[in-house]
Design a protein around this ligand. Structure first.
Ligand code: HEM
Length: 479
């Protein structure tokens, strides 16, 4: 018995000079220190007890959580080279055709990310064409909203469809109608998949893959959903191959087909440009580009309905600077500091990717006075920065003043990190910012949002990999 106790103690003991943390139990580790339905909050609270760099044990693996702006900057910026990689999880590697961008590492990740950034820029960012795609999409969306004639409706699918159409125009070269059943099913799948990704089923699968592969459960639904989404991507790719003209690429898929061709000719294989990776990259961009911006906008409606005086101030600024005779454009941003501050505050309070995506140390890391060996998963706790007491005057209050100086001018804040930071910073940050600005200002110009009579806005999120509002209904009245 003494031998067993000593052996268990040694097995669960933290490596020397490792960040501190709660006591780890055999088999379950520190599982009971964090409630999966509230992981971002529990992880932020643990920092008060153990400091800004602390460790947890998930089953048999150690993870380190970075909290607060200083630790995040030290990890992701100053020592970003050591944290540039992602851990690979069985729930993904068991079903993904390849590693795409989000789950890729090393030279292949660099090439895939560089190519995606370049292509997105080529097809729109910084060009007028993307701006007009968003403005046109707003017109479809606003018609859909106006059809409800100020009566309560659930904005979830309309918003997902509208936002998704922007990334679809870039990847597939076309949009989808709001009543396209196949497309609606697809975006519902993305929503359901995101929910399961953040659930205990995915954690159990990653911890005990041999066992979970044999058991029924929601992990199987997730893998089935992935399969369906890949099928959709393949249909789009095959369609493109039929009328592909290398001299006139129309979208991301055409450019990628060109790149596959070029790499074959040059004998370059390590960069990973082949069809399976095209499926995966399209999936990454489509998935990441659909749920995120749309969730942020759904938070915006709720905040505007709750703080009607803020909504009125936004509308007054838009009326003064733009009026009602033309649609907002990116050039207006500099003249709409209050509106810009409100969008930033929605992102801060919405905190939609609360624990970012995981990173992994690719060699020993010295951080905050501790040593973290190679191969340890690192969680950048964005929540801890977006609500850090020393960074924000009123961290838990919706206050656009966080982004305004005394003269009412917009000010950037280092602790504004919803897109994370460093080499893995969100690839779609510029696209998301453009979508948020144009959709939000256009919506505020055209509609007033309020809750149905007698209903209070619920600001408690649905927790998964992303924090989204629980399903709600809202009234959008034409101004
Ligand atoms: C990664 C947030 C919109 C594509 C990420 C990460 C965060 C994030 C926190 C993880 C960064 C890290 O690992 O440190 C957001 C938010 C968005 C948004 C808050 C909207 C409000 C988009 C859009 C796209 C996109 C529109 C589509 C192009 C990606 C990709 C990655 C990523 C591909 C993985 C990057 C890599 O691993 O190199 N995003 N995102 N995101 N995002 Fe976004």
């Amino acid at each position: 018995l003494v031998f067993l106790v000593i052996a268990t103690y040694l097995k669960n003991r933290r490596p020397s000079s490792f960040p501190p943390g709660p006591w780890a139990l055999p088999l379950v580790g520190t599982l009971f220190s964090v409630d999966f339905n509230n992981a971002h909050k529990d992880m932020t609270e643990l920092a008060e007890k153990y400091g800004n760099v602390y460790s947890l044990k998930m089953g048999s693996s150690w993870i380190v959580v970075l909290n607060g702006l200083n630790a995040l900057q030290e990890g992701l910026l100053t020592k970003g080279d050591i944290l540039v990689d992602r851990p690979l999880f069985p729930i993904h590697t068991d079903v993904l055709p390849d590693l795409g961008i989000i789950f890729n590492n090393g030279y292949m990740w660099k090439q895939q990310r560089r190519f995606a950034l370049f292509t997105l820029k080529y097809f729109g960012l910084g060009k007028k064409s993307l701006e007009s795609t968003i403005q046109d999409e707003f017109n479809y969306m606003s018609k859909e909203m106006a059809n409800h004639k100020g009566k309560p409706f659930n904005p979830h699918l309309i918003m997902n469809n509208a936002v998704s159409n922007i990334i679809c125009s870039l990847i597939f070269g076309h949009r989808f109608e709001y009543d396209d059943e196949k497309f609606l099913t697809l975006i519902k799948m993305i929503d359901e998949g995101t929910q399961i990704e953040g659930s205990i089923w995915a954690q159990l699968y990653n911890e005990f893959p041999m066992l979970m592969r044999r058991l029924p459960g929601r992990h199987r639904t997730l893998q089935k959903l992935y399969g369906e989404i890949f099928k959709f991507m393949k249909i789009e790719i095959n369609q493109h191959k039929k009328d592909w003209d290398p001299s006139e690429p129309r979208d991301f898929i055409d450019c990628y087909l060109n790149e596959i061709h070029r790499n074959k000719k040059d004998g370059e294989v390590d960069a990973g440009f082949h069809e399976d990776n095209l499926v995966m990259c399209s999936f990454d961009l489509f998935g990441a580009g659909t749920e995120t911006t749309s969730t942020t906008l759904r938070w915006a409606f709720l905040y505007m309905a709750k703080y009607t005086e803020i909504q009125e101030k936004v509308q007054a600024e838009i009326d003064r600077v733009i009026g009602q005779s033309r649609q907002p454009s990116m050039e207006d941003c500099a003249n709409l500091p209050y509106t810009d501050a409100v969008i930033h505050e929605v992102q801060r309070m919405g905190n939609i990717v609360p624990l970012s995506l995981p990173h992994i140390t690719n060699r020993d890391l010295k951080l905050g006075g501790y040593t973290v060996p190679k191969g340890v998963t690192i969680i950048p706790n964005l929540t801890s920065v977006l609500f850090e007491k020393t960074q924000w005057e009123t961290p838990h209050v919706f206050n656009p003043g966080h982004f305004l100086n005394q003269e009412g001018k917009f000010v950037k804040r280092d602790a504004f990190v919803p897109f994370s930071a460093g080499k893995r910073v969100c690839l779609g940050e510029n696209l998301a910012r453009m979508e948020l600005f144009l959709f939000f200002t256009s919506l505020m110009q055209r509609f007033t949002f309020c809750m149905p009579p007698g209903v209070e806005p619920v600001l408690k999120p649905r927790v998964s990999v992303i924090l989204s509002p629980s399903h709600y209904e809202i009234c959008a009245t034409l101004r």
